[in-house]
Design a protein around this ligand. Structure first.
Ligand SMILES: *[C@@H]1O[C@H](CO)[C@@H](O)[C@H](O)[C@H]1NC(C)=O
Ligand SMILES: *[C@@H]1O[C@H](CO)[C@@H](O)[C@H](O)[C@H]1NC(C)=O
Ligand SMILES: *[C@@H]1O[C@H](CO)[C@@H](O)[C@H](O)[C@H]1NC(C)=O
Length: 370
């Protein structure tokens, strides 16, 4: 069934004009970057162009402006499947309720499944790099470890279309949809980047301590999920962690932009909603995660040491490990010199997948390989 349409991509002339001026400015900047490239060696050429694009369009743009530029997830997914990268794949959409849908890369009934929760600060849809990245993991896990794997890519609502915790609600429905379709928990990994990592932590929090807004529960699990992979997760909307000051100068997104998105996410919540660690997973004490090993067997945290969110991710990982006890196998992989969402940045700028993507593939091999 086709995904439910929801208002997306509307824009007014008042918003369109300044946006187009920003593109004119982007044109000048790109010419400058091309001319200056021989004298700068910090990033590859394509990465330089990608960073310039992100840093010019995201800051100061309204959510409607950014969403006008970025087609919704269902469209990006179909473009990927229809492109040469998606050959031999079929378009499969499934409604999961509450306006959310799953878009399948690979057959619905496969031996193993990754439920993927994309990042973008709950304000941006998935980029083409997201599809290239998860498909790379899928094909590499097969090539290196013989793992037959499909990806169920969740399209959840962005916060200007449905306020938090609607995204958590949609994530719960996606997990339930997959588990009730006959896929056993031992054949399911939940993975996500940035805000998608936040959503994974919120899901686990809800499974241990039902969210106060009365969301449905996750289908009782007969045995734990195989694993969860949190790539550069956004675990706190505060900037108190030292890595914010330490790494701000090299972060892909200016702090001002991250702060604006964090404020929008916080402001979207209903008045009086008691949010606690479901919303700010980095603030959860170790005890909060007691029982986690009964929900998930392996967790991989991956982040770059050059990103502003790395300290919150490491703190959250350590507290999860402490609270869950020895039964949970939790690995932390920190990429030296890595920025935010390095596997996505590589794919978006046409580079060869680097060490973090390889770590994810090897981790899938450890879970499910022959
Ligand atoms: C973005 O907005 C800030 C104020 O929030 C302003 O100082 C700055 O000049 C703007 N930048 C662009 C490129 O429009
Ligand atoms: C992809 O191809 C299908 C089948 O040819 C077509 O119906 C669909 O509109 C295409 N999607 C996009 C986004 O181009
Ligand atoms: C994966 O699927 C292929 C057929 O596509 C099958 O031959 C193979 O045995 C499967 N792998 C495993 C681990 O069962």
């Amino acid at each position: 069934m086709a995904p439910q349409p929801y208002p997306y991509g509307d824009i007014t002339v008042v918003e369109l004009v300044p946006l187009n001026l920003r593109f004119v400015w982007l044109g000048f900047l790109l010419i400058y970057k091309v001319l200056a490239f021989p004298f700068s060696h910090q990033y590859t050429f394509k990465r330089t162009l990608w960073r310039t694009f992100v840093r010019t369009v995201a800051p100061n743009s309204t959510l409607r402006q950014m969403q006008w530029v970025s087609p919704r997830v269902a469209v990006m997914y179909e473009r990927f499947i229809n492109s040469s990268s998606g050959k031999n794949l079929e378009i499969i959409h499934e409604d999961v309720g509450e306006g959310a849908s799953l878009h399948w890369i690979g057959p619905k009934k496969n031996e193993h499944t990754i439920l993927y929760l994309h990042g973008g600060g709950y304000v941006l849809p998935a980029l083409d790099g997201h599809f290239l990245m998860v498909d790379y993991w899928r094909t590499e896990a097969k090539r290196k470890y013989g793992v037959n794997l499909s990806v169920a890519f969740l399209e959840y609502s962005l916060i200007n279309h449905a306020p938090w915790p609607a995204q958590l609600h949609q994530g719960i429905l996606a997990v339930n949809h997959i588990l009730t379709s006959g896929i056993p928990p031992s054949a399911l990994v939940i993975a996500g980047d940035s805000a998608g990592g936040h959503l994974i932590a919120a899901l686990f929090a809800h499974m241990l301590h039902p969210h106060p807004s009365g969301l449905p529960s996750v289908t009782p699990l007969a045995f734990p999920l195989a694993g969860a992979a949190l790539i550069s997760p956004w675990m706190s909307f505060s900037e108190a962690a030292p890595s914010f000051a330490r790494n701000a100068h090299r972060e892909l997104l200016p702090l001002k932009t991250l702060r604006r998105w964090a404020d929008l996410i916080k402001a979207s919540r209903p008045v009086g909603l008691e949010d606690g660690p479901w919303f700010e997973p980095a603030t959860a004490e170790p005890d909060w995660w007691a029982g986690l090993a009964g929900i998930v067997e392996h967790i991989l945290y991956a982040a770059g040491d050059g990103e502003v969110m790395v300290d919150d991710a490491v703190v959250a990982a350590e507290r999860m490990r402490e609270g869950a006890g020895k039964k949970l196998q939790l690995d932390v992989f920190i990429q030296p010199g890595g920025g935010h969402n390095e596997p996505l940045a590589e794919m978006a700028s046409g580079e060869v997948p680097g060490v973090m993507s390889q770590r994810v593939v090897d981790w899938l091999g450890e879970l499910w390989g022959q």
